[in-house]
Design a binder for this molecule. Structure first.
Ligand code: URA
Length: 240
């Protein structure tokens, strides 16, 4: 790959910034000063340094975010703040995008990556990756709702949702539940409850497959996946 592309992908600066660095003899490849921005380098085997600091090349980034309410799950939006606005410049240059969508008012686990294959595996209904949500519901949730969810709720547009596992945590004027579903249709959890005559008043995603929301992450914060979390994600990719 081109040297200037590698350096700008790694967040060193724009291609123009990189050109300036090269001119100033601040870039070395395998110990030798390089001035040619179009030089072809092998990120795996060549040692590239800027001001003596070795640049570790990586193509992909995998971030776990605790999505804050008020942000849309998109990379750009004309009116709304997006989850990308919550990211620092040091990770933004990888051009990550959210895997699947959480509504503007939904909180919780959101994976952001620039690995399109992985994103596809996690959201594909064929993969049966369970997504578990915690929700507060206005009113009582019944045993009949559990059965209806298990059989597959028919949504208002006639679509029969895949079976969902509903667990009642607390029943009352406001009830608390956990629900696990394997698809991610638009407003799916809210629409499943609407189909049984109930309203979701708070929604938070807790997990996607074996990926669990890190409770230490405050709303709007994020971190890179740990090695074991990443290994799990990559195992989904290799099964594909
Ligand atoms: N289901 C919803 O209704 N909203 C979300 O944000 C996620 C799942």
């Amino acid at each position: 790959m081109r040297l200037d592309k590698l350096l700008s992908n790694m967040g060193i600066g724009s291609r123009k910034d990189v050109k300036t660095l090269l001119k100033k003899k601040q870039v070395t490849v395998n110990g030798a000063v390089v001035k040619d921005n179009a030089m072809k380098v092998d990120p795996e085997s060549d040692e590239i340094a800027v001001n003596g600091e070795i640049i570790r090349y990586r193509k992909y980034i995998y971030l776990m975010m605790n999505k804050a309410p008020g942000y849309v799950s998109a990379t750009t939006d004309a009116r709304e703040k997006t989850v990308i606005d919550l990211l620092g410049e040091d990770v933004r240059h990888f051009n990550p995008f959210p895997v699947g969508r959480l509504d503007k008012d939904t909180e919780g686990l959101l994976l952001l990556t620039n690995d399109g294959d992985l994103a596809h595996q996690l959201v594909s209904p064929k993969k049966n990756v369970g997504k578990t949500y915690f929700a507060r519901i206005d009113g009582n949730v019944s045993e009949a709702d559990i059965r209806t969810f298990r059989e597959g709720v028919v949504l208002e547009d006639g679509y029969q949702a895949k079976p969902g596992e509903l667990v009642i945590l607390r029943n009352g004027e406001t009830s608390e539940i956990e629900v696990t579903i394997t698809e991610g249709k638009f407003h799916q959890v809210k629409r499943m409850f609407e189909a049984v005559g109930k309203k979701v008043i708070y929604l938070k995603r807790l997990s996607m497959g074996e990926l669990k929301l890190d409770n230490n992450l405050k709303l709007g914060n994020y971190r890179e996946l740990t090695e074991s979390e990443l290994a799990y994600c990559l195992s989904l990719k290799s099964e594909a």
